[in-house]
Design a protein around this ligand. Sequence first.
Ligand code: ACO
Length: 430
Amino acid sequence: MSAPVTSVKFGDNSLDLPVKSGSVGPSVIDIGKLYAQSGMFTYDPGFTSTAACESKITYIDGDEGILLYRGFPIEQLAEHGDFLETCYLLLYGELPTAAQKADFDYRVTRHTMVHDQMQRFFQGFRRDAHPMAVMVAAVGALSAFYHDSTDITDETQRMVASMRMIAKVPTLAAMAFKYSIGQPFVYPLNSLDYTSNFLRMCFAVPAEEYQVNKVLSRALDRIFILHADHEQNASTSTVRLAGSSGANPFACIAAGIACLWGPAHGGANEAALKMLEEIGHVENIPKYIAKAKDKNDPFRLMGFGHRVYKNYDPRAKIMQKTTHEVLAELGVKDDPLLDIAIELERIALHDEYFIEKKLYPNVDFYSGITLKAMGFPTTMFTVLFALARTVGWIAQWKEMIEDPSQKIGRPRQLYTGSARREYSPMAQRR
Ligand code: ACO
């Protein structure tokens, strides 16, 4: 049976282009031969209609508000599993057996310490540096410390680099936090689970005993699960593009962290909390809704809207529940920011502008309130996102490297600059 094709007409000519279908979701038109056959490129800035790769990792149905990791709904993973189980699933494609999970936890745990010289590396930063700036540098610098896992053609080295990053990024994130507040670094304690260990590295001090709060640890673990992967978003595409040149995995993940930092992407939870603080009171909400709707005002409701979800972000629902659990555990009865968030959400969900444009709360809308209540400063929010997304970036990077048809990513352009012109000596220029 011949492969399905679609006919594309341009001028008097037409071209038959192959159509490829996935397991679920929209099919794609394979335009790989379009330029050779028509002399034209496609034009899609922002990739709104472009599938950049084939992937088996994560599936999103934006209209229905569905998110699946390796086929499993995010709600089930967040309810029943832990973050390292999600890591295993994303990396290996299947849920682990008990023995596989124990082995995986052990392998990750073994790598939690960072090279001692890394501590000196931190001392070079100003104390008021944004921890994301520190993370971009520190994760990129891992390639200067772990030369024995930078050969991307070696399957074992690829896996060692993957384990190292899943294990060490929390340690580096906690170090970035401790450095910014002038406290000593706290070494990992490998008898603790992944997220409890991270909380301890962030909040323990050598002068006092530290007891992990299990409710907070479970809530943060769930937040990590929610952020673990999200198919071909901006930072993941950055990691894939960086990796397509053969760059080492630590450098690729550092590139992903740099991209994630932007307020339209991972920086949105920080921006959403700042926005709630700026709104200040429930009474001011209508003014901000009007600003968001005003075409001449650049203001946007942070934590609202998504390129793919044109329905309630399934992660936002779980996040909202987690927020209530955390605030209850911490005995926060009245959080004015939570009141503003709930009212803002209620108004926006009934407003014609937001309904028509299908703008719903995304995962970042409630995460800021939750992380703040746990004791993290706003500057750490995107760092926590980067920590969780590291496994997604790695899984996507590995999938790309292991794809035999992989080649360097090299988009083309629509050139609108000057056509050829002649150089004039400086004395003759006006
Ligand atoms: N508030 C007000 N209006 C909005 C918002 C918003 N948050 N988001 C989109 N719109 C409007 C735009 O003004 C535009 O209106 P127009 O058609 O009249 O010009 C329309 O909705 C479509 O917006 P685009 O920017 O074209 O949509 P896009 O898919 O490119 O952007 C994005 C998605 C970047 C997430 C956008 O909704 C946004 O800026 N949201 C706020 C930032 C945010 O929360 N980012 C987190 C994303 S989730 C994540 O990274 C984990």
